[in-house]
Structure formats: structure tokens, C-alpha cells
Design a protein around this ligand. Sequence first.
Ligand SMILES: [Ca+2]
Ligand SMILES: [Ca+2]
Length: 499
Amino acid sequence: MPPACWLLVRSPPVEVLVVCHPAPQRRTGLASNPIILRDIDRGLVVRPQALFSCFYPRNIVRCAGALTKEPFSHQCSESSYMFKPHQLKWMGAVVLALAVSSCSVDAPTEASTSDDTTPIVRNGDLVPGQYIVAFNDYAVARKGEDLQALTHSARLELVKEAATGLTQKHALSAGAVKTVWGTAVQGVLMQLTDDQAAKLRQDPTVRYVEQDRWVTLPPFTVMGDADAQARPGGGGGGTQPAQETPWGITKVGGAVDATSSTVKAWIVDSGIDTDHPDLNVNKGLGRNYVTSGKSTVEDGNGHGTHVAGTVGAKNNSIGVVGVAAGITVIPMRVLSSSGSGQFSWSISAFDHIAANAASGDVVNYSVGPSSRYTLQSLDNAVTNVASKGIKVCLAAGNAADDCTYFSPARVNVANVYTIAAMNSSTAWASFSNYGGPVDYIEPGVGVKSTWLSGGYNTISGTSMASPHGCGIAAVGGFADGGTVSGVPAGTTTTWGKHN
Ligand SMILES: [Ca+2]
Ligand SMILES: [Ca+2]
């Protein structure tokens, strides 16, 4: 039975929900388990392309309050968990009509903040005509030269030279080279036809050629309206809730003061709400790699802000507190406001981190496939960052599958920590990926953290478990916390706390 999806609209405040469930006959469970994708009341526009998700039937959660009747239902295919563009078009029109007719107030005034123009994509979709071309070391290095001993900018120059040589040799236009990387990957991003890519694969200077892919975030599993709306009005200028310590922070040993730590936490994600009163964001060190819509490091999605708060929300009187309380978090924006990005954007972020982070710094990457696929370039990028003494925490993934088949979660080297998820009863989270590469299990169900516009939100996923690990790595490393129940065979049963 393919999963079924319903769009639900209620007012006031106007909320548009997409609810997916694998088994329509079990719809009685839906009232307690919708997925809130977009909330007009919070200034997010409901656009057809926002209704991209029928993602993940396992990730379902509770929504308090009465909902209107289902305006319609729609079957989406099990293979894609995604609506097709022509379906989105009419669905979007229906939702907009319902939203307007059920709402007595004016259209949201913050509509212009949602400037996302990334196309509708599925996790794993190939980016047409876009290829990652990595060079062999000997093709980049000059005779007798130790590439690793060179500076990042020197390596960039050498890669650029190798790329120029390659384009001339194969009569490609110089404009075919879109991005040059020097450290995380010694290679370039190129616009190529399939035939050209096939030819480059045969070139002796080329280590590998792989087509770029789109990645999309898993859905947010909002645990309750009260939490979801625990936000001040006016983008952080309103009243903040009194500080509470999320269960996961207590679980891993409590917050550690990191306000004067020299360790920086690089958050490779959807950006960060840079003026959130409960976060210490270094905007200046941040970078945006999203090529559509706004070109700032500001989070238009929420995911990156949530991750940042679990790593290091401040220990003050408001909101929440993170594991490494008050640590400097740096936004590396690789996902658009709709939560999608090309993996080449992530590689650019890792290249920047490899060149600019210090040994001992930490990285969180709660981004990855929703079904089995791998990218050598992404795995290489993570490995090369870790080889600099930078600690990288990776979400294992939410497919309830073996992460050995997922990039970059499968990377299993020193300084890389693949993090699976458990709940507050120290039991395995059923959605979590498992397998040999998993290093620790961390809190990932009902995790409260910082959100857009100076707010807070409670969501679930290995995306939320990984930043607990990142905070632990930032304050001295992992200690054995105990044993998690219900862990799939072949996976560590150990959850991690800080030393
Ligand atoms: Ca706080
Ligand atoms: Ca590992």
C-alpha cells in the first residue's frame, strides 16, 4: 500500500499541514500524528513548491488542537514519497484557496522573507549536466612536491591549473569549470554533457567523475503546538520563555560552559538565525553556498538553527541550553529555505572548513540521503576535514536502514562520529539508521532547541541526535553513557555522554 497524504488546513492561526501515512486504513492514528510543514502564521509562504513532502511515513508526530476535515487526500508513490510537479501545482492552488477562505486576516506580511527559488527536487535527484571531477594527486602536484604541505590557496592554484589543462585537452570551454576545491576534495565542479563526462572518466589525470545530486531535509516532526509556538513575536524582540534544560542535554551530562572556549562549532546546514538571543553566532566567519534565493547565512528553514541550539545554546535565563553552552556557532549554509541543496555546495563548505577551521574545532552535518546512495566526493570531503584534527559529527540518517549504504554516514575514520538516535527512555529510535559505522547513540526524539525568528521548536530525527554528539566533541569528548535498548544487531549499543 503506497503512503497516502492529506492536506489539512485550520484557522486561526492558519496552519497548513501535510500528513502522510503509509496505511490509509490506519488513519485513526493521524489526528495525533501530522507533520507540520509550513505555518502561514509564522510568515512562511505556502507555495506549491513548499508542499514537497510526502517524505517519510515513519516520521509522524502529534499535533494538538482540532483540525478541519481533510479537504482531499492524495496518494503518492512509495518509490518517491514525493508529489510530482503537476500534482504540486493543483495541490498548491487548493491549499492556497483553502488558506485564504479559512483565514479572516490579511495575507502574511513576511511573505518576502521566503525567497526560495530552488526547484522541486527529491533527495538523491541528479543535478543535470553537473559533475564533480576529482584529480589524482600526481596530476595536481608539481614534481617532488608534497601537496599536503602546501597552503590551501596554493593547492587551489594547482587544481585550477590541472582543470585548465583538462579543459584544453578535451576542447571544453573554460567556463565549464564552475567551482574549484583545494583541500576537502582536490577537484572541480564542471558543467558537462554525459559524453564529455564519460571522456573525462578515461583521462589519466582524473581520479573520479561523479554527477552532483540534490539532497533534501527530512520532515520536521513537530511534537506539539505549544512547543512549536513557544516563540516571541517580532523576530526575537518579544518575551522569551524562561530557560529549560532539554532532556537530551541532561541525558548527556548537562550543559558545559563553553563561552570562553576556543573551539568553534561549524554548522553545515540551512544557515542559522544569526540574531537569535539564545545563540552565540559568528556570522562573519559563516559562508553561504546556496545559489538561489537570498545569498546570506540566515536560516530560512529552521533546521540549522535547531542543530546549532543543541550544540551550544547559551546558559542564561531564556529558552534552552546546549551541550557546549555559549560556544561560537558558525553558519555554513548549504540548504535553501525549502531544505534542499546540491551536495557540491556541501563540498564547498567542507573545503572552506578544511582550510579555515582549527584542529579541535567541531563540525555538525545533519544532512544526507533518505534512501541508499553514496558519493565518493562527499565521503572524501568529510575524511579530509577529519584528517586535520577537526571532529565531524554526522547524522546516521532516518531511513531505518544500514548507514553503510549512505554517504557520508558510512565514513568510518578517526575524528568522524556517526550518530544514531534514541528516545528519552534510552530506547532505540525506530526511524534511525544503524550499522557498523555508528559510533554513538544520542537523544533524537522530541528534542527542543532554538528555531527561526528567535523561537523554539521540538522535533525529532538523527539530525537532532548528531548535534548532541557535536557538543560532546566540543567539550572534551565522548564517555560511555550506558546501553540503549532495542538496538539492531551489528550496531553499537552505547550512548555517549561528555567526559
Ligand atoms: Ca538559554
Ligand atoms: Ca564510525
